[in-house]
Ligand binder design. Sequence first.
Ligand code: NI
Length: 204
Amino acid sequence: MTLQQTVPEPGALTIGTDGAIGGGTGGYDKRLGELRGVYIDDGAFEAAVAQQGEDGLAYRVEEHRNVEGPGALIVGTSTLLPGRVGEEFALTRGHLHAKSDRAELYYCLSGRGVMLLETISGQSRAIPMSPGEAVHVPGHWVHRSVNVGEEPFVSLFCYPADAGQDYALIAEAGGMAQLVVTDGDGGWTTRPNPRHVGYRSATS
Ligand code: NI
């Protein structure tokens, strides 16, 4: 086998501020019904489902991945639609990387959002993101995107292909420790999640 046969083609991509990736390899849509139990206000969530349907789009991920395994990257975009469920702003499910030491870069392409970050030992950060702003997420931080604006919040992300996602960690903890909610004056703030019972240890 020659070296040439083992080396993948470079990805030549176009990445729109609307999250569209030309030359991507796939992605997925997350539907509102799949986020049941993620928001703190169950009544407001069911009202949103009644209005938008179980299949209402919550967020879309497009990505380019050409190699698996250690050393490879996954590059993609996340497009999170705006809105609120009760006082809580629209959010992604959030995760800790299954290989918890794996880092990630997020770069805001459009919209206005917050990256909510927490460690299993109880540290918390909420970093605002507008176009041109990025968050370099180190390993060992649970992370979630939140849309605090009125337009789709679109970010470019890049992370190691062997990172994986541990989604159960947040569910088992009763949600993330902090909620990103309206401040009642057109902005956002954080407040403790009364359902949060603390994180278990990372799986790896
Ligand atoms: Ni991640």
